[in-house]
Design a protein around this ligand. Sequence first.
Ligand code: SF4
Length: 694
Amino acid sequence: MKNVIEVCPYCGSGCKINLSINNGKVIGASGANGLTNEGELCLKGLYGWDFIHDTKILTPRLKNPMIRREKKGELEAVSWQEAIAFITEKFKAIKDQYGADAIMCSGSSRSTGNETNYVMQKFARAAIGTNNVDCCARVCHGPSVAGLQLSVGGGAMSNSIVEIDDTKCIFIFGWNPATSHPIIARRILRAKENGAKIIVCDPRKIETARIADIYVPLKNGSNIAFLNSVAYVLLEENLTNRSFIDKYTDGFEQFKQIIMQYPPESTQAITGIDPFVVREVARMYATSPTSGIFWGMGVCQFYQGVETVRALASLALLTGQIGRPNTGLGPVRGQNNVQGACDMGALPNQFPGYQNVTDPEARAKFEKAWGVEKLPDTIGTYLTEIAMKAEQGLLKAFYCMGEDPLQTEPDLSAVRHGFSKLDLLIVQDVFMTKTAAVADVILPATTWGEHEGVYSAADRGFQRFYKAVEPVGDVKVDWEIISLLSSALGYPMHYNNTQEIWDELRELCPQYYGATYEKMDANGGLGYVQWPCPTLDSPGSRYLYSDGQGGVKFDTPNGKGQLFTCDWAHPVERTNDEYPLILTTVREVGHYSCRSMTGNCRALAILADEPGYVQINIQDAKALNIKDDELVWIESCRGKVISRASVSDRTNKGAVYMTYQWWIGACNELIGEHLSPISRTPEYKYVPVKLTSI
Ligand code: SF4
C-alpha cells in the first residue's frame, strides 16, 4: 500500500489529502499535514474519492469519446482520432463562415488544474483567435474580482487562511463557512476560543452565528444599505484612520457625500437592523487591533454584487484594516481551483496573471511567446451570456470543459433553449452531466488521482497534486486533449508534461515566476507558495499591499485604494401577492457544486440524496400548513419544482433557501437571468416564489 499526496478537489480551502492506494486502486483518504488543514479533512475530503473507480450511483463515468452525427441522433462511441477530426472540421467551418468569435471555450475549476486552464485560454486565443473564454467564477466570485480590482488593484484575497488564527475581529458577511469551507470554519472556531471577536451578517442563522459576538440578521437584499450605515458610524464616531485615508486612498470627499445619507436610523426599515447593532459592528471592526472581512455568495450573487464588494473594501480602507498581517479582504473562493482558473486567464478580459487583453504591451508579450502574429484585442463573451448569444445567432459552438451549465446557470429553460441553437456543443468531462447528455461531442477526461498539476487555494496558495492511479477507460488528461485539438487545427501544441506548461506560464507572469515545482514539491509535496512570488528566492506572500517599508501600496494605477460606494437599490425582482416569499440559493455541506462528483460517492450520497429540500421558517410553514419533510411545490414566474420542506427557526421569516445541486428540485429553473452590468454575475439570491403542498 502507498499514500499519494493530493489537494482536495472540492472547496477552496486547499486541504491536503493522503490518498491510500492498494493494488492500483484507491482504498481510502486521510488528512495530510497541509498548511491550511493541518491533517484535518471534512466529510467531502474523507469520503469524496470512490467515484474514481466508477460507482455508477448517479451516472457512469465517461470512458470513450462520443459524437452525435445528426442533431437529433444518438451518441456513438468513436476513436479519439475520429472525435478530433469531427470537431476540427466543424470548428473550421464555423470560423470560416461566422468568424472566431462564434466559438466559446470554458476553463474549469475541476480540471487537471492550472496547467489545463492555461492551455485552454491559450487555445482560445492563439488557436481559435478569440477572447471568448471564461470560467465558473462568473457565477460566483466574479464581482469580487471586478470590485477588488477597481478598489485595491487586485481581485484575490489580500489575507490568508492561516491568518484567521491571529485575526482579532473576524467579520463574516454572506458566507456560511460551516457549509462551504468546513476546515476554515474550524479555524474560525479556534480563533474564537483564543479571544477573537466574531461578527456574522446573514439573514439566516447560519452555524457560525451561534458563536458570533454580534449576529446581524439583515433582510435579504439589503447589503449596501447596511454597509453604508456602518461607514456612516465610522465617520460620525471618528473611528476612521485619518492618516491612512490621506496617505493611501482617493475619493474620500465623494464617498462621504453618499455615506452621509445613510445614518443607521434611516436604513433600519430596509435592513431590519437596530441602529445600536450597526454602531456596535462599526466599533468592533474599527477598534480591533486586526480585523479581516470574509465573504461569499451572499455578497456576490446580487445585481449590486460588485458595488457591495467595493463597499466592503471601503470599510477596510477607511480604518486601515488592510496591508498589515492578519487584516484585509477575503473573498473565500468556493470551488477548489476557481482561483486558479482566474489566475491562469480563463477570463474574457485578462491573460494569465491578470494582464489585460486590451493592453497592447501585454498582447505583444503573449504574441511573441506564443508565436502568433495578432491576438484578439476585444473583451470576449462571458459564461453567462452564452445562451443569449446562441439564441441571437452570435455564438455557434461551445467547448465546455468541466462545467455543467444546464444544472448551474440561472433560468435553466432559457439556457436549454439557447444551447439547442448551437451548431456544436462539446463537453469534456468525467461524467454524463446534464450538459453532456445533450452534447454533440463528448471528450472523456481523467479525474483527480489520475493526473498531476498545480491548484490555487482560495488565498493564492499554489500547491502540487500527484498522479496516484491509472485512469479508467479510454480517457485522456484535459491539457492533452486540448493540445491534440489545437494541433489538428493548425496551431501545434506539444507539451510533454505539466511542468513544461507551468514553466512557460511562469515566464509570462512576473508574480508567479518564483513559484517553481521544486518549491511546491518540497516537504514531501506539502509546499505552499502564495503569489506574488516574483523571484526564485522569494517564499511567496502571505498578505498583500505592504510596500515593504512599513507602509501600504495598492495595485491600482496610482498605488492608492479607491474609496467607493453607491446608493442601495432593491434587488431586480420584488415579492408580490402571487409570489410572496424570497428564494435564495445556498449549498449542501455534503455535496460539491453540480454534484456530479460527490453524487457518485457512496457515503456522501447516503448522507444527502434526491430530492433536495427547501428550508422554510416555522411561522411561514405554519401559515401555509406545510409540515417538516413534506413534499412541496416551489414556484416562480418561470416554472415550478418539487422538493422536501425543512422547517426550522434558523431560516428567517419571508425567505426560503434551496441548494442548487439536485436534479429533482433544480432550483435554478426558478432563478432569473439578471446579470450585474459589470461582472455579468446573476442575481441568484433574490427570486420571488410561492410554496404549496402537493
Ligand atoms: Fe477541505 Fe474543502 Fe476538501 Fe473539506 S471540501 S476537505 S474543507 S478542501
